[in-house]
Design a protein around this ligand. Structure first.
Ligand code: SF4
Length: 455
């Protein structure tokens, strides 16, 4: 093994996991480790796991096997949510050397001093009900868009969810440090930052163990508005009960935040929302959507929805379907409910047969396609700012508008990371939207933004 061992990272799951994998990689590279792709031979393979997928165990096993097929003697570290939730299960997977949970994953370098294969896996996971430190992270794979983690963990107890068990209590960065992170990202040339967290609207709990909100997500939004950086900001998923009028009104006049919200609904039936232990009823959700649309006619609104939750009757499901059908939203992320051990819902005796769960999910996905097409049609003729992402196919270059319409134009120039104003002219055969150039709206920035110049 060389003096500078090589390592590769494989990430399963959400944007937060991607942001954290990037942060862990940056730290390892700073310490002299050389990063290679997961398909290449490496001395160390790191697998950052997810607890949301039902197949976590199977997926993890498969990724470990692939890594060891490529480099039979490599050191295997399994980290992240599933590693925190089920460390013993992972430790039993043949070839795994170390299992690191919610806190320890950020100290991975300390565990890589000695890379001899272990005859059994060492487990280092924390007491998840104890206050945990906040670790800042952002993704840096592509230059165009970065996911910036500003909050972690969750204090809610939705009856189907294991995330609080895998990530612990809510905690977050403070505004000053988030702004430092934003300048660091902007100086790399990134043009869009997505504020990310487990329960983003709960931003503001800084002190581990404290129940007091010292800062709020709205204050963060206001703080970001003042920054002098050529970056647009997107808010990732935010709970309907935490998406306040103040935030919506602010975004509607913002020069920095784009008109796009992703608001988890999960069910359109109050009976099911109560069984899920969500903190709102359907009226709150429709009020949020109405306020957004009254202020921002072309705002994109996405929703998460779970099909076939325990006790969901045909009437409950149709209530959800009709509610979503009538609501002015733009797309859905539909998930089939599946039981998670150690959750309240898993103990329920009202299981919906799997084929019915799947049928309902299919219906919701078809509804989502209809909604998206409708939303795109509402945007025809609009002039919107498009950030090109570098995806090129058959001479077409792709990007997203501020309000999240996926757009393409034909161009010989390399447009990656440039912002153009486009007129949206037609939905094409692949379901994206063809645009025509109105202007190249924002010039290429110089990257030397300083904290002192803006605050
Ligand atoms: S809000 Fe509910 S679903 Fe979301 S992470 Fe917290 S417990 Fe899970």
């Amino acid at each position: 093994m060389s003096a500078n061992p090589t390592y590769a990272v494989y990430t399963l799951g959400c944007k937060l996991n991607y942001a954290e994998s990037s942060a862990i990689s940056r730290r390892l590279s700073e310490q002299g480790y050389n990063k290679v792709s997961f398909k290449e031979k490496a001395d160390i393979y790191i697998i950052n796991t997810c607890s949301v997928t039902n197949e976590a165990d199977k997926e993890c096993r498969m990724v470990v096997r692939n890594a060891l097929n490529t480099s039979p003697g490599a050191f295997i570290a399994v980290i992240g949510c599933y590693a925190q939730l089920k460390p013993e299960e992972i430790a039993k997977i043949e070839g795994v050397d170390i299992v690191l949970g919610a806190s320890e994953k950020f100290n991975i370098a300390n565990y890589l001093q000695k890379l001899d294969k272990n005859s059994f896996a060492e487990i280092h996971s924390c007491e998840i009900d104890q206050p945990l430190e906040f670790h800042a992270a952002h993704s840096s794979g592509e230059r165009t868009r970065s996911f910036l983690k500003v909050q972690d963990g969750c204090d809610y107890v939705c009856s189907y969810c294991t995330i609080p068990l895998a990530r612990g209590r809510s905690r977050s960065n403070n505004i000053e440090k988030v702004i430092e992170n934003i300048y660091e990202i902007a100086n790399k040339g990134v043009r869009e930052i997505v504020l990310t967290g487990v329960n983003l609207g709960d931003f503001g709990i800084n002190e581990p163990g404290s129940d007091k909100h010292h800062e709020t997500f709205f204050q963060l939004v206001q703080g970001i508005e003042k920054l002098d950086v050529p970056v647009r900001f997107r808010i990732s998923s935010i709970e309907p009960n935490l998406l306040t009028d103040d935030i919506i009104r602010w975004v509607s006049t913002s020069q920095k935040f784009v008109p796009h919200f992703h608001i988890p609904l999960q069910s359109g039936s109050d009976t099911i929302l109560k069984k899920m232990r969500r903190r709102y009823l359907r009226d709150v959700y429709s009020e949020r959507v109405q306020l957004i649309k009254s202020l921002m006619l072309h705002c994109c609104i996405g929703a998460d929805v779970i099909a076939g939750f325990h006790g969901e009757t045909e009437e409950d499901f149709m209530e959800t379907y009709t509610f979503l059908n009538e609501l002015d939203i733009s797309y859905l992320h539909a998930f089939t409910y599946s039981e998670r051990s150690n959750t309240l819902a898993a103990e329920s005796k009202e299981a919906v047969p799997l084929e019915i769960r799947r049928k309902r999910t299919r219906m919701l996905r078809i509804l989502s396609e209809k909604k998206l097409r409708n939303f795109y049609l509402q945007n025809m003729g609009q002039e919107r700012d498009v950030l090109f992402e570098g995806h090129v196919n058959d001479g077409w270059q792709y990007g997203h508008t501020d309000n999240y319409v996926r757009v393409r134009i034909s161009s010989d120039e390399i447009l990656k990371n440039s912002m153009y104003k486009l007129r949206l002219i037609a939905i094409n055969e692949e379901g994206t939207v063809d645009g025509e150039v109105v202007s190249s709206s924002v010039d290429s920035p110089t990257f030397n933004f300083q904290l002192s110049t803006s605050n």
